[in-house]
Design a protein around this ligand. Structure first.
Ligand code: DSN
Length: 412
């Protein structure tokens, strides 16, 4: 076995990691699906649990030597149940897309219908984008948001009555409003459809008690564990007991092989963190920070899609600012602010060069930033967008950001 330290054996990878760490430390990370895990989560993730195969489930594995692996996986399951009030939990999905695919394949037959949100209105790639394999396998139909920017529940009901979907799907990657799960459940009950929520973006805000929780109501809820939930990169499925067998079978052996138990141990650590009172405060601050950004950007005449934010993210249509999402992303990158270009509702432009940007507050809030820092951030965002062609201005903003981030150290 090679026993040299990474820095000695592989200085190439070591120095790239060091550069990425510096980038994370010195910049403003505002991609709303990103966050910073704790040293304890990192420690579990980098543990010797990565060495073990454990196909199967707790107490029922295909391999020997799984007694400690079972304890890890059971802890992750128990903590997730406590966090979300779930009847059954599968912590093995490798990430959000595999979790969603495993659910579709568990609950539906090829050709059956899924009613989900239009992608440009905040839906997600795995909710039936034509470029995905799932779009070939199932019939996705879409509802949208209304003129006020909220889910058009009337259209959703009409479409459910018309298409009689086997599954009604909610949960979004760019939608900034609260969701009325009761209303959606009532619609689905009327058409005898199953219900699925993908809470990947807002799982931490739900766990922290700051947003509505679909878990007690819906048949199945999927999530990633690495966004607002602040765990390792991974997925999870929660469901009613009646779906437990079919979901578990779909994840393994239907879709995946051996679970990544080092990752599952890190999920367990993150769930323990999310069960602490401080996490509730964190989740509340994430939303407060997003609200301050919204107010400050509205003062500067930015168009906030969906009217406002109720969660951790803002989708901004830059059309009135005279630049595209891609141009803004490039300028903001140069200034040390990381966001992502994003389609806005019914965007006339293309996904690679859309009209908007999407940004959020989970990562900055993890660093300890609050309302005062958000006012500075809004100002820097506006300056970088307004002066996107001026290298001098972008460099000045970057310098000021490096000075601020030094006061909010990450892993020091
Ligand atoms: N890539 C994630 C996001 O940014 O929303 C979802 O898959």
């Amino acid at each position: 076995m090679n026993r040299q330290k990474l820095s000695q054996f592989d200085p190439d990878i070591f120095s790239i990691i060091a550069k990425e760490r510096k980038r994370q430390e010195e910049g403003l990370e505002m991609i709303p699906s990103e966050n910073f895990v704790s040293p304890a989560v990192l420690e579990a993730l980098g543990s010797i649990l990565t060495n073990k195969y454990s196909e199967g489930y707790v107490g029922n594995r295909y391999y020997g030597g799984c007694e400690f692996i079972d304890s890890v996986e059971q802890l992750a399951i128990d903590r997730a149940k406590e966090l979300f009030g779930a009847e059954h939990v599968n912590v093995q999905p490798l990430s959000g897309a595999p979790a969603n695919i495993a659910v579709y394949l568990a609950l539906l037959k090829p050709g059956e219908t899924i009613l989900g949100m239009d992608l440009s209105h905040g839906g997600h790639l795995t909710h039936g984008s034509p470029v995905t394999h799932m779009a070939d396998l199932f019939n996705f139909v879409r509802y949208k948001t209304n003129a006020q920017g909220v889910i058009d529940y009337d259209e959703l009901r009409d479409m459910a009555r018309r298409h009689k979907p086997q599954l009604v799907l909610v949960g979004y990657s760019a939608y900034s409003r609260e969701i009325d799960y009761r209303k959606i459940k009532a619609i689905a009950d009327e058409t005898e459809s199953m219900t699925m929520a993908d809470i990947a973006h807002i799982a931490g805000l739900i766990a922290g008690g700051r947003m509505n929780n679909p878990v007690p109501l819906f048949d199945v809820v999927t999530t990633t564990t690495h966004k607002t939930l602040r765990g390792p990169r991974g997925g999870m499925i929660m469901c009613k007991e009646k779906w437990a067998k079919v979901i578990d079978k779909s994840v393994f052996p239907g879709f995946q092989g051996g679970p990544h138990e080092h990752n599952i141990s890190a999920k367990a650590v993150a769930f323990k963190e999310a069960l602490q009172p401080e996490f509730r405060i964190y989740a509340g601050q994430v939303i407060k920070n997003a609200k301050v950004l919204e107010e400050e950007l509205k003062k500067r005449d930015y168009t906030i899609c969906f009217g406002q934010t109720d969660n951790h993210l803002l989708l901004i249509d830059l059309t009135n600012k005279g630049l595209t999402g891609r141009e803004a992303q490039v300028a903001l990158d140069a200034a040390g602010i990381t966001v992502n270009k994003n389609m806005v509702p019914d965007d006339p432009r293309s996904p690679m060069n859309p009209s908007g940007i999407r940004l959020g507050t989970p990562a900055l809030t993890t660093r300890g930033m609050k309302e005062d820092q958000m006012r500075l951030v809004a100002d820097w965002l506006d300056t970088a967008v307004t002066h996107h062609a001026s290298e001098t201005v972008l460099q000045r903003v970057k310098k000021e950001i490096v000075e601020l981030t030094a006061k909010f150290p990450l892993y020091a």
